[in-house]
Design a protein around this ligand. Structure first.
Ligand code: AMP
Length: 380
């Protein structure tokens, strides 16, 4: 479909591929602006369909259902990057797809993503392709150990990732990485000795306007985001660099929507980009309660062609994911002053399942510290 720059009027319908919490929070943010959402996902009763009166429950490769969905909506976006390429192509032929399908092709393939970053001059961990076990040996010889073998596609929250230490057997590592992924192909990345993981949530509008939230610190447990601290306790110089990197990426991709850019801060004070998420990002959930415009509203604004909102924060924030049984504390959290509880309407808690999150606000410039980290670091 050809690009359209005039904003879609209120009452228009935003199609969202995916039924999880990101789709739910996007749909909730669309409502105050007068837009309606139509969810497309394979399962009924999921977080996003609970808050929308329109849903298509069908497989992502159901051509007939996709065609009817395209007819029923004015623009389509997605809440996860593993949308099958064929699905994106069918939709893009029939309806506006934002972000555009070429973005998906890059962001769902770790090798293409790193090649893209390298091509635009953005630093990443050293990496080499490993399409099969023989190539794995060559890649490890080139990159050295310690390294990480990652599946090129379909990996998230640490799935499809195997550390390559000095004694790791490469055949076993390959089998473990490829285990559940059909036709797995790999990438070997040098393990980065980072001092902090940070991310920038950045938005780009239809006309090319840009807006970025302050970089945040992300702490992971068992490869899953556990906590986000906004702003990240890093120097103003690094903050500026992180923001500039995120902006450069969305411009180079001709991106429309919100993207999470995950980065490492290295021991010698450099930034390396780890991963791109072409959608609202878990590390941006704090913006719901602490910013003039949340990342979800920003995504809606971008995909319907409205001007972007203000990314400024009125408070600092700590966001904690409620993973698995953490959610059992809901009553206590709901009663805690300054805590904003968000539950996703999922069924039974399972280990590793994101059930909700809680954001705690504090006055700007005086971030709540969730642990004993030195709070006197530079925070200007
Ligand atoms: P990813 O799926 O690439 O986002 O990786 C999940 C997590 O694994 C990251 O948030 C890091 O904590 C860790 N990780 C991934 N790649 C590397 C790397 N090259 N060096 C060190 N840690 C990494």
């Amino acid at each position: 479909m050809t690009a359209q720059t005039a904003p879609l009027p209120p009452g228009s319908i935003i199609g969202i591929l995916g039924g999880g919490q990101l789709g739910r929070m996007t749909a909730l943010a669309a409502a105050p602006l007068g837009y309606r959402c139509h969810i497309y996902c394979p399962e009924a009763g999921v977080p996003a369909t609970q808050v929308c009166d329109r849903a298509t429950i069908a497989a992502y490769d159901d051509a007939e259902a996709l065609a009817a969905f395209a007819q029923a909506v004015d623009v389509v976006t997605y809440e996860f990057e593993n949308v099958p390429a064929a699905t994106a192509e069918v939709l893009a032929r029939n309806v506006l797809l934002r972000p555009r399908p070429e973005v998906l092709a890059i962001c769902q393939d770790r090798l293409k993503e790193k090649d893209f970053l390298r091509a635009i001059g953005i630093a990443t961990a050293a990496y080499a392709p490993a399409a099969d076990t023989r190539a794995l040996g060559r890649a490890v010889a080139e990159i050295g150990r310690p390294a990480i073998l990652k599946s090129v596609r379909m990996g998230y929250d640490g799935k499809g990732q195997v550390p390559l230490r000095s004694g790791t057997d490469l055949g076993e590592a390959w089998a473990e990485m490829a285990g559940s992924i059909p036709d797995a192909s790999g990438i070997v990345e040098r393990r980065v000795e980072f001092t902090m993981e940070i991310s920038v949530v950045v938005a780009r509008g239809v006309g090319g306007d840009l807006a970025a939230y302050v970089p945040v610190e992300n702490r992971h447990e068992s490869h899953i985001l556990a906590q986000t601290i906004a702003p990240a306790p890093i120097s103003a110089k690094l903050r500026g660099e992180a923001g500039a990197i995120a902006r450069r990426i969305v411009e180079a991709l001709d991106f429309v929507g919100v993207m999470g850019v995950e980065m490492f801060v290295t021991e010698d004070g450099h930034i390396l980009v780890n991963e791109l998420a072409p959608r609202p990002h878990n590390s941006g959930h704090w913006t719901l309660d602490a910013c003039a415009t949340s990342q979800f509203e920003q995504h809606v604004r971008a995909v319907v062609g409205l001007p972007l909102g203000d990314c400024e924060r009125h408070s600092d924030a700590t966001m904690k994911n409620l993973i698995g049984s953490d959610v059992e504390a809901w009553q206590e959290l709901a009663g805690e002053p300054q805590a904003h509880l968000h539950l996703y309407g999922k069924g039974a808690p399972r280990p590793g399942r994101k059930m909700g999150h809680v954001t705690r606000l504090s006055p700007r410039g005086n971030p709540l510290r969730a642990d004993d980290t030195d709070a006197s670091e530079e925070l200007d």
